[in-house]
Design a protein. Structure first.
Length: 266
């Protein structure tokens, strides 16, 4: 079993090392992460500049670790084809410092890095530590145990693995976690853009529960209720529901096109 671990918080994040160590209990682990903070990079790839690949000292024996001068998606692509020669059985991204839920999933570097696994039919999972209010301690220990348990179930075939599993773990002591909830992605954002009171600069910050219109059964609801949220994702590019209605207008579109391009000749 060979596992590729990445993140968007960078190679120095304690979350990615906690995740890599947990994955080393499941199989041979390769860690390939950005050399700097790349949060919010979504599916971005580096197109017009070279990318460095530097092996770094590993905090856990048996784990090969590399820092890449690129995005999380770059890391997965380079990890798969340059460093592992395509021999990867599971891709795991995280542990992100902050939740990745609702519509924010679409620009999350943590979650979108796993898209490369989905396209290649490699089971993939994104793990995030959802923080509510002031937290005295970041519970990477809880999130890494959850990730290890899920990885074992994904790799031994007892758990569906055809899509992306988006995991959000509330940053609370394990004894306060109510359990695991299978959820949908909320149709609202988990974060909001706020302006500083003094200098007017803007930054992203988690919203209060009352501001989001939380609906039961969604990922945001689960985390605010102290559940671990498991959201299966299956990205699709084509809007299949719109094809029949669009096809009905093809003849009209063709006539309009001929008049516009061919000067009205039929």
């Amino acid at each position: 079993m060979r596992i590729l671990v990445t993140n968007d918080d960078g190679i120095d994040s304690p979350g990615v090392w906690a995740l890599a160590e947990a994955m080393s209990h499941v199989g041979e682990t390769l860690l390939v992460a950005p050399d700097a903070q790349r949060s919010g990079s979504g599916t971005s790839v580096t197109m017009r500049s070279d990318m460095s690949i530097v092996e770094v000292p590993s905090a856990t024996q048996g784990i090969r670790a590399y820092a890449v001068g690129g995005t999380p998606t770059d890391c997965v692509i380079l990890g798969l084809w340059r460093l592992a020669q395509g021999d990867i059985d599971l891709i795991v991204s995280g542990i992100n410092l902050g939740g990745n839920m609702g519509t924010d999933i679409l620009y999350s570097g943590t979650v979108m890095a796993t898209l490369q696994g989905f396209y290649r039919e490699i089971p993939s999972m994104a793990v995030s530590l959802a923080i509510k209010g002031q937290v005295p301690e970041l519970r990477f220990d809880v999130a890494s145990k959850v990730a290890e348990m899920l990885a074992l179930n994904m790799t031994n075939g007892t758990m569906p693995g055809q899509g992306i599993l988006n995991v959000n773990v509330p940053s609370i002591p394990s004894e306060l976690v109510k359990g695991i909830a299978v959820t949908t992605a909320a149709s609202s954002s988990y974060v909001r853009l706020v302006a500083g009171q003094q200098d007017g600069r803007h930054s992203w910050s988690p919203q209060a529960a009352a501001e989001m219109g939380i609906h039961e059964g969604t990922d945001i609801w689960a985390v605010f209720e102290d559940w671990i949220s498991l959201t299966p994702l299956r990205p699709a590019v084509t809007d299949h529901d719109s094809i029949p209605a669009l096809a009905e207008h093809v003849s009209t579109l063709q006539s309009d096109l001929q008049r516009a391009v061919l000067g009205g000749t039929e």
